[in-house]
Design a protein around this ligand. Structure first.
Ligand code: ADP
Length: 198
């Protein structure tokens, strides 16, 4: 299996890059943000529990996030070539739990792709997305600041966790027009067979 985690601050373009990787490599895309928003729209018990965290730009508690991930992995494991985790893991606890979960299935995370984008570009993208997708967390200045702060304090420590496993890959993007991920051949941790991307 080819299991990839797409990592990056709010507004880095994880969703856009996911679409390209998903179609090139035939992976099952698991975006925790998209899944939470779906739960909120459908008014499920997860949706009710997470909506305030998301509106305020806080991280959803690990227990809820991990339960949702577990459900997704077990639902798709049998018939997929691998997973593309988008916006997950976002804490070291989540990263360790993901390793354990994949190990249970005799698999592991292959590599991490980190999207590195200048802060001013991130702000521009978030504002634009807030209007286009009507996301309240993208329209509220204090929610945006909280997300950047939590990215630095809770999510960035995940980097050394994966650097120690030699799975970390930095992809720097100066602006929206910068080139996107094309192939994974030179990425650290990438040892798996895959179809050549178009
Ligand atoms: P962004 O790229 O702007 O961070 P996402 O759609 O990835 O947007 O996430 C939106 C929100 O969903 C986050 O601000 C957070 O509240 C919640 N969320 C998403 N993924 C996770 C996660 N792995 N752990 C905890 N909370 C999460």
């Amino acid at each position: 299996m080819l299991n990839i985690a797409l990592f990056g601050p709010p507004g880095a373009g994880k969703g856009t890059q996911s679409k390209k990787l998903r179609s090139s490599y035939g992976l099952v895309h698991i975006s925790t943000g998209d899944l939470f928003r779906k739960h909120i729209i459908e008014g499920t018990s997860i949706g009710i529990q997470v909506q305030e965290y998301i509106a305020e730009g806080m991280l959803v508690p690990d227990e809820i996030t991990l339960l949702m991930i577990e459900e997704q992995i077990s639902a798709h494991y049998e018939d997929c070539k691998g997973f593309l985790f988008d916006g997950f893991p976002r804490t070291v606890t989540q990263a360790k739990a993901l390793d354990e979960k994949l190990e249970k299935y005799g698999s592991s995370l292959s590599l991490v792709l980190s999207l590195d984008v200048p802060r001013e570009e991130l702000r521009k993208r978030i504002k634009k997305r807030g209007l286009e997708e009507n996301r309240i967390d993208d329209q509220d200045e204090s929610s945006i600041l909280t997300r950047f702060d939590l990215y630095n304090s809770e999510t960035l420590p995940v980097k050394s966790y994966y650097e120690n496993q030699n799975k970390w890959n930095n992809l720097y993007q100066k602006s929206t027009s910068s080139s996107t991920i094309s192939g994974l051949g030179k990425c650290r941790g990438h040892k798996h067979e895959h179809r050549t991307p178009k």
